[in-house]
Ligand binder design. Structure first.
Ligand code: GLC
Ligand code: CA
Length: 538
């Protein structure tokens, strides 16, 4: 039988912004539970919940102080168990989010570790002596994920440096210490015992570094739109990291049923693929290309074909248009909802595992917020001196608050996220009176109802779930088209109306489409899923 994760669809919940249940302006686990029916009705099959573990929330949960406890503002361990059970009772799967690379600098392990060179946790993090006469220069040239700052932070008490790949308050665990590995694997088992179906693995590619701390080669260039100074060969996607993927898979295999690991890893396809092993490593890896799509048929054709070539069945590509770190897709198409509809059709009809970030299904936009008030630690610490006009011109969101504002449920005050009179932790996007779940539910032509139709089709269609994908050739300029077994998907991403010769029955449409007499006419920014007619043999 095909394991569930090969054909699933994933919905990302960002707990702080999904639903507040106790009127403190912060989303929480009971709030998520209260809104699970929205996900059920939407038709997603797996719910991925961003971290809600004990944390000082400097990086809003991606800085953990206890992996086996729930941050009080989000609820209790009982709530977490109830969340798992309530998701299951609706026939969905649930994945939690594991931050294995680093903890918070307030984690008791780190407080201990940094207190001396000889304490029992001394070797639980990555420590090294500095260079220079007094060791006041970082141990080597390794850069943080921000790329301009060193990955090393000085600790006067130990007169040594600790490594922090992400931000200074997120010290990297030393996974070469067997005690660390054991403790972390036990955490994984702790949640598997409670019944979670899998994990999204935060910056998984960075965990195992070169044990000899060799310098990374210096090679300045632009990589994925961001400047890079060094080639991260000793700090990212090392061979030992792939081994770790397999060890983690083995932990999951101790459990009945299929549990799934979805890695946040970055790199060229060969590297990403190496994490899957022979289906004995991670089950899935994120492919992030769609986060920076160019809205044109040729770009999608090439990108999708690339994924098809690199991840042939039984491997599954994954498709991500939005998440809690990057711009909302609507802002990438200048607020054009018709284009968002076309993208929804593409996302949910490709072979592989699509992901949807909360609010994407109703067309939420980035919320413009003054940069100087940012709560996001990247904006508030790394880029804090950038002037607003400069930030406004960046194509990427440097302030992740802008994509993390509360989910918009209805047109009441605070969009139904928290009660009237309560201040939500981030302001609600002013467009909420129009862009909200309740309003779109009642409008048959809304983006929400399009997503529902597409999810329903995916769920019931073997062709979409497991059929091969073949690009259609010789289509007019601006048109993307592919076949999934007996279905054909056509999307007009160009600026002219087009007519192509295909006969069949229209199953789902976005925008203006006419199907009949052996032809399909598509206005700009429209798309259709067509059930082709199979000629009956006499
Ligand atoms: C990942 C998360 C991001 C977080 C970072 C550090 O990139 O998606 O939100 O800040 O890791 O854990
Ligand atoms: Ca709350």
């Amino acid at each position: 039988m095909t394991p569930w994760w090969q054909t699933t669809s994933i919905y990302q919940v960002y707990p702080r912004s999904f639903q507040d249940s106790n009127a403190d302006g912060v989303g929480d686990l009971p709030g998520i539970i209260n809104r699970l029916d929205h996900l059920k009705e939407l038709g997603v099959e797996t719910v991925w919940v961003s971290p809600f573990f004990a944390s000082p929330q400097q990086d809003f949960g991606y800085d953990v102080t206890d992996y086996e406890a729930v941050a009080p503002e989000y609820g209790t361990l009982e709530d977490a168990q109830r969340l798992i059970d309530e998701v299951h009772s609706r026939g969905m799967k649930v994945m939690f989010d594991l931050v294995l690379n680093h903890t918070s600098d307030q984690h008791p392990w780190f407080l201990r570790s940094r207190s001396s060179r000889s304490n029992p946790k001394a070797d639980w993090y990555i420590w090294a002596d500095g260079r220079g006469k007094h060791g006041k220069r970082p141990p080597n040239n390794w850069k943080s994920a921000m790329e301009f700052t060193s990955a090393w932070q000085y600790c006067p008490t130990r007169r040594q440096w600790y490594m922090a790949t992400f931000l200074p308050f997120q010290p990297d665990l030393n996974w070469r210490n067997p005690e660390v590995k054991r403790a972390m694997f036990d955490t994984v088992r702790f949640w598997l015992d409670k019944g979670v179906d899998g994990f999204r693995l935060d910056i998984f590619g960075q965990i195992m570094k070169d044990p000899d701390f060799a310098n990374n080669p210096v090679r300045p260039r632009v990589y994925n739109g961001f400047p890079r100074l060094t080639e991260r060969i000793h700090t990212e996607n090392t061979a030992d990291n792939v081994t770790l993927a397999k060890e983690l898979r083995a932990v999951c295999e101790e459990y009945p049923g299929d549990r799934a690991l979805l890695g946040e890893v970055f790199g060229p396809p060969e590297v990403l693929k190496s994490y899957l092993g022979e289906d004995d490593g991670l089950n899935l890896v994120f492919l992030f290309e769609f986060l920076t799509f160019h809205y044109n048929a040729e770009w999608f054709r090439t990108t999708i074909q690339g994924f098809e070539d690199n991840f042939p069945a039984p491997m599954q590509p994954t498709y991500v248009l939005e998440n809690h770190d990057r711009s909302r897709l609507l802002d990438r198409v200048h607020g054009d909802v018709a284009k968002a509809g076309v993208l929804a059709v593409i996302l949910l009809t490709l072979r592989g595992v699509p992901t949807v970030y909360q609010g994407q299904e109703i067309g939420m936009s980035n919320t413009r917020l003054p940069f100087k008030d940012a709560l996001d630690p990247i904006a508030a610490s790394v880029y804090k001196h950038l002037p607003q006009f400069f930030v406004d011109r960046m194509s990427e969101r440097l302030n992740r608050d802008e994509v993390r504002t509360p989910m918009q449920w209805d047109a009441s005050a605070n969009a139904g996220f928290c009660p009237d009179g309560v201040q939500p932790w981030l302001p609600v996007n002013p467009d909420y009176e129009r862009v909200n779940v309740a309003h779109q539910e009642s409008d048959n032509d809304s983006l929400l109802n399009l997503y529902r139709r597409l999810f329903a089709l995916r769920r019931d269609s073997e062709s979409l779930r497991s059929g091969p994908l073949a690009m259609l050739e010789a289509l007019p300029d601006g048109v993307l088209g592919y076949r999934r077994a007996d279905l054909i998907v056509l999307a007009n991403m160009g600026i002219e109306p087009v007519t192509v010769k295909y006969s069949g029955r229209s199953l789902v449409e976005a925008g203006e489409v006419a199907v009949g007499m052996g032809r399909v006419s598509l206005f700009p920014d429209s798309a259709v899923v067509l059930q082709t007619v199979v000629p009956k043999l006499a």
